[in-house]
Write a protein of this length. Structure first.
Length: 460
């Protein structure tokens, strides 16, 4: 009875808070609703927005009844309240500011039935995403804001799966990491927009969740299947990301000594077989058969040098230029734009976030213990971030606005790796085989050891 009263109390408090926030938000953003520059709203801009609001409330109700523990349910509801508020509130300023956004194109092409099923294919992210929206619009209203809310929910699922995967691998019961990931500004914003970011976050979350559960004997098979599902999802949108995730998972499997050799080799074999199946579409999409790789990288880099936040692309004339550019491009992909590099309010916010992220990563680096670095999942996450930075540095350097958006797909992984030194102490006890005992237990064990007929003392 007391538990029911407590649950009812926090639900009522959250509902009152959401109601008050909704009243204030409607008064503040009502003029912006018709200013959103999407050209194909459902019936009207106001009705389209109302559909998104109703969808957010339905998803919130689902989270209240979701089959997770009470602690996680409360955290998810709070994060969703803020996340849906951002998608239906401050994001309107962003959508009203720009006449052309990829999100508008996805929605408008889906309403016009731009693509057919034969246009789908591995690595064809734009076609596959638009076809998914077309299917969604067959059963739901053709509302831009409703689709945006659904994608925000997909992003939240990806963040939560990444958190649960790290929790399964590293232990601990705090929901603090979930709040940090779910409410980190760039991740909060870009995982709530209609685009490829949210599904890619879900793909990465599935792989992290599967890797974390692979350590647990009773969930090992489920962990492998989850990893495979994440890899397939990544291959439908950005096939190169699938290969980065494959490499990171293989490193995790090979370094994880707590699992039997047969299980590790079987998991590695399944992942490698999946990667082998996608070799031909990957080669066609990435133009791996081109002779001049340096020229291909130069043309790829120049293709993104446009827009208000564009800058001069790097010049690649030889392999030495590409190698010398890797540190600069990697830093740009992860920690730029910095404050003052983009002269707009959105650029200012992105710069502050980049500076904060760089500070968090530096502090985490200095707090690392050499013995903790032995953790296989931590090594795999760091390797995934490093590989992603090398790959995306080529397309992020010359467009800092695009860099801030691209970074969202790797942010859950980067934040998990940065939070590792602060993770709950039971991890250290398990890694270093330290068993914290009170004085009474220590004295009892010493008495038992001294009275043993074998005369052998137990080391604690």
């Amino acid at each position: 009875m007391k538990r029911f009263a407590a649950d009812t109390g926090w639900v009522l408090s959250l509902s009152l808070l959401a109601g008050a926030a909704a009243i204030l938000a409607v008064a503040a953003i009502a003029p912006l609703v018709p200013a959103v520059q999407v050209h194909a709203p459902w019936i009207s801009h106001e009705v389209d927005y109302a559909a998104g609001l109703v969808g957010a409330l339905i998803i919130g109700s689902f989270l209240l009844a979701s089959p997770v523990c009470d602690r996680d349910s409360r955290a998810l509801c709070l994060v969703w309240l803020i996340k849906a508020g951002v998608a239906l509130g401050p994001m309107l300023y962003y959508e009203a500011h720009y006449a052309f956004l990829d999100a508008f194109t996805y929605h408008e092409d889906a309403r016009r039935q731009q693509y057919l099923l034969q246009d789908a294919g591995w690595g064809r992210g734009t076609e596959n995403l638009t076809l998914f929206l077309q299917g969604l619009y067959l059963v739901l209203p053709e509302s831009y804001h409703l689709a945006k809310v659904i994608f925000a929910f997909i992003g939240l699922i990806g963040i939560y799966l990444a958190y649960r995967g790290a929790q399964a691998a590293w232990g601990g019961g705090s929901v603090g990491p979930l709040y940090v990931m779910g409410l980190f500004p760039g991740l909060l914003f870009w995982s709530s927009i209609l685009g490829k970011e949210a599904p890619m976050i879900l793909a990465a979350g599935l792989v992290v969740y599967g890797a974390g559960n692979f350590r647990r004997a009773h969930h090992r098979l489920r962990g492998v299947y989850t990893v495979l599902l994440g890899l397939v999802l990544a291959a439908t949108l950005r096939i190169w990301m699938m290969y980065l995730l494959v490499a990171a998972f293989l490193v995790f499997v090979l370094l994880e000594r707590s699992i039997g050799r047969a299980s590790r080799f079987a998991a590695a074999g399944l992942v490698l077989a999946l990667a082998f199946l996608f070799r031909e579409p990957a080669a066609d999409l990435l133009a791996l058969d081109r002779g001049d790789v340096v020229a291909h990288l130069g043309s790829l880099s120049s293709a993104w040098a446009e827009g208000g936040s564009a800058q001069e692309p790097p010049a690649f004339d030889r392999y030495a230029d590409v190698i010398a550019f890797v540190p600069v491009g990697g830093f740009t992909a992860l920690f730029r734009p910095l404050p003052g590099e983009i002269a707009s309010i959105f650029g200012l916010f992105a710069g502050i976030e980049s500076l904060a992220l760089f500070g968090i990563a530096c502090v985490a680096l200095f707090r690392l213990d050499r013995r903790v670095v032995r953790d296989a999942l931590f090594v795999a996450l760091v390797l995934l971030v490093a590989m992603w930075a090398v790959v995306y540095g080529v397309v992020s350097y010359q467009n800092l606005g695009t860099a801030a958006r691209f970074r969202a797909q790797i942010l859950p992984v980067l934040l998990l790796a940065s939070m590792f030194p602060w993770w709950r102490s039971p991890l250290r006890a398990r890694l270093f085989r330290v068993v914290p005992l009170d004085k009474a237990t220590l004295r009892a064990r010493r008495r038992d050891a001294s009275g043993s007929s074998a005369g052998r003392g137990e080391k604690v």
